[in-house]
Design a protein around this ligand. Sequence first.
Ligand code: HEC
Ligand code: HEC
Length: 421
Amino acid sequence: MFICERHGMQGKRLRKQTGGSAAAVAAGLVLAVTACGGGGSGSGGGSETPATTLVSPGAPASPSVAVFTAATAPARLSAWNLILSNGQTLSLQQGVQPYSLNTALFSDYSHKFRTLWLPKGTQIGYMAEGQLQFPVGAIISKTFFYPKAVASAPGLVGAAQTDQVDGGETVDLVNNRLIETRLMVREPSGRWGAVTYVWDADQKDATLVRAGQNVSVELVSAQGARTPFTYAVPSDNQCLTCHATNVSTGTFEAIGPKANNLNRDYAYTTGSANQLDTLAALQLLAGYLAPAPRMVVWNDVLAAPVAARARAYLDVNCASCHSATGRSANTGLWLELAVTDTTRLGVCKPPVGGQRSGQFNYDITPGNADASFLFYRIGNYRSGVNPPSVAMPELGRHVLHAEGNALVRDWINGMAPACPP
Ligand code: HEC
Ligand code: HEC
């Protein structure tokens, strides 16, 4: 019962085709016609075998991305044929576009390799504000990995200060350790379905995990200091805790792919180019009108002042819950970029509750981070200890984000004192 669409060779890269590959692409354009209908046997064991693909005579028999719903997701990541690993290198099926974000979610110093793929002939609808509109069958992936601190000890991972991949179309598995690959797929209902796969020790394939899983890793700093912690692969319900950004519908929504966060360069194998321009040139983005808005990069100190970077950081890391429609709307602390009311941002706003709130008059006490409940709540991660319930965000974080905290501290300390005593 996967979505009835399979294709070969779609989404040519912006690369000048040379030699044999040009011929292959030309032939591939004829391609794979879908044979649907067979897989209707319902829930029995999950339809891991895609329906027969009819390939036009002369077309390369190249396998192509297979689309499943979340409910019928195959047990092995390789069955999607989206992200491929031979144990040495993680690479992408043809037509799968890598992307990164200006400002990303911090997840325990893991690095993230993000991709998107669209069924042949479909496009993303451009929106200057809000989420881009993805067609049915679209798949977005996010692979979490760590650089190995010691190549022979995959449990020891490096605490690098970068938090995402800003270029490249492969991940070198000799020097990096894959943890999980999360997928979301636009289902025929128009909703997103989402699943995650945890990578096997040999790094050749990953297994569907619906109930969450703990992975022990140890961050090793450049100075050799070790921080052991438990990386928690979220359960399906935990995905929703962050991704149901509108509690009244409760459906899984995309968070990252907005025009302002995608509006940046990516180092493709063919060279560096703006991501939105690239998608438009590949005919994957409809209605795009440059220039798009641009979110600042939270840690690019030369590019934007502290306040703008702190707001971008809080938008991506907090606003999935802290918005007018989110899970913590009722705290009155709304942290998305568009908020201009300083009380909504927590300035001189008494906390509504939460452990230890009694010790703080305000979420943000301008000029004094240490007297601000908001700063207190992002500072309570301790190595080897599960986040105490006071720590924010409540999910997906087990180690202190020193650089993010320093930014929020600077932002609050730089505000002119304002609250009534
Ligand atoms: C702690 C909150 C949180 C949890 C839990 C979480 N996500 Fe996300 N996820 C985010 C945020 C924020 C982004 C966008 C920023 C980024 O990618 O860095 C995102 C991005 C993604 C993306 C890329 C597309 C997008 O929306 O930006 C996928 C795919 C994804 N998540 C899948 C999942 C799945 C599947 C689960 C559960 C296994 C899950 N996420 C759990 C917060 C979360
Ligand atoms: C996965 C959802 C989620 C995310 C993401 C999240 N929060 Fe929260 N937050 C909550 C919930 C639920 C509450 C209310 C219960 C409580 O106080 O613990 C809350 C309460 C708070 C409060 C108390 C507000 C008040 O006025 O009472 C602060 C401060 C806070 N969060 C800061 C943050 C910051 C800063 C971030 C991002 C770094 C963040 N949160 C991310 C769910 C979230």
